[in-house]
Write a protein that binds this ligand. Structure first.
Ligand SMILES: Nc1nc2c(c(=O)[nH]1)N[C@H]1C(S)=C(S)[C@@H](COP(=O)(O)O)O[C@H]1N2
Ligand SMILES: [Mo]
Length: 326
């Protein structure tokens, strides 16, 4: 079995979750910073004694193998990852999703794969959890509002799902559609966006090894405010490209209309690659504030081209004018 899901709170001595691994890593980093120990990447084996506390939330945990595609930057503390969110279906305040997403019902949950595929299919969420080996991917995430986080996601490449549905030659783009149920999502009453929340990628972006079909974070299933039970994560693009709580994924021939582009086309382009040289009309994209690094002496960080993933993704945009295709 590649995936183990436990619904009770007690860790077994044999269970070493990625979250515990992080606790350990943070301790190592702290010690290193204090000059007490040299940095060495902890392995699963030496990660955690059996007595370490289980995750604070008591949510079902996921086992995932570490990925070489993870950044080694310090993680944004869990409390910020689950407490400072954009999920407009639950309100536009940063603490609205944590306060209000409790009404989201996670079972039954299906994700329909439609359009230009040889094998259209409706996946049950519990099938999706077992479709491919789960990996932990620690990604830098950059919101267009000027803040960033480092989040240990759990999932597998979206390409794994693509293999199973076999996109046809006409599939040039992928449209990601979020649940829109006013009974569960109080934010739908406000006409801030055209619901459902729709985002899209070009098919080669969707198939890229960094594009993660995401089912968890910090060693546990996705919290509701982060897009439970399944979302997409595209780390070289602004956060709004990473749609939450997906119910439908369509392979299409034409570039999809996306909610943010429909709301303000001059502010939110289809590509929305992180790019410090192209400013949003209201926010400079040259620098960012890393959530959790608050305080008087906090230095603004320079924002990196493609959010620091240029080595992996720049070739996707060869020959394109990224000022026009912003
Ligand atoms: N369905 C849906 N997905 C969404 C959003 C949203 O409002 N609705 N907000 C986006 C934005 S702007 C950001 S920055 C990220 C935030 O993800 P996080 O809360 O897990 O950090 O989710 C994105 N996905
Ligand atoms: Mo965002």
């Amino acid at each position: 079995m590649l995936v183990r899901i436990r619904r009770d709170g007690d860790p077994q001595p044999s269970e070493i979750t990625p979250r515990l691994l992080h606790e350990n890593r943070r301790a190592v980093l702290k010690a290193a910073a204090a000059g007490l120990a040299a940095w060495s990447a902890p392995t699963i084996v030496d990660a955690a004694p059996a007595t370490v506390e289980s995750p604070v939330s008591g949510a079902a945990r996921l086992q995932a193998r570490p990925s070489a595609l993870s950044t080694t930057e310090p993680l944004t503390p869990y409390k910020h990852v689950v407490g400072y969110n954009n999920f407009y279906e639950f309100g536009t305040g940063k603490d609205d999703p944590a306060a209000r997403a409790g009404s989201l019902r996670l079972r039954p949950w299906t994700v329909a794969i439609e359009g230009e595929v040889a094998r259209p299919r409706v996946f049950d969420i519990d099938e999706l959890l077992r479709l491919a080996p789960l990996e932990e991917r620690v990604y830098r995430m950059r919101c267009v509002e000027g803040w960033s986080m480092v989040i240990p996601w759990i999932g597998y490449p979206f390409a794994e799902l693509m293999k199973r549905v076999e996109p046809t030659g006409s599939a040039k783009y992928v449209e990601f559609v979020t649940l829109a149920d006013a009974g569960q999502m109080p934010g739908l009453r406000a006409p801030v966006l055209a619901w459902p929340y729709v985002e899209g990628l070009r098919i080669d972006e969707a198939a890229h090894a960094l594009t993660l079909l995401t089912l968890g974070l910090y060693g546990e299933v996705l919290p509701k405010q982060n897009g439970a039970p399944v979302r997409i994560v595209v780390p070289w693009k602004y956060g709004f490209k990473s749609g939450k709580s997906l119910v439908r994924i369509r392979f299409v021939e034409k570039q999809p209309q996306t909610s943010w582009n429909l709301a303000a086309a001059h502010e939110y382009g289809f590509y929305s690659n992180v790019n410090p040289q192209v400013s949003h009309p209201r926010w400079s994209q040259a620098t960012e504030r890393r959530i959790g690094e608050d305080g008087f002496l906090q230095r603004k960080r320079p924002t990196l081209m493609f959010n620091g993933y240029a080595d992996q993704v720049a070739s996707l945009y060869a020959g394109m004018d990224l000022r026009k295709a912003f």
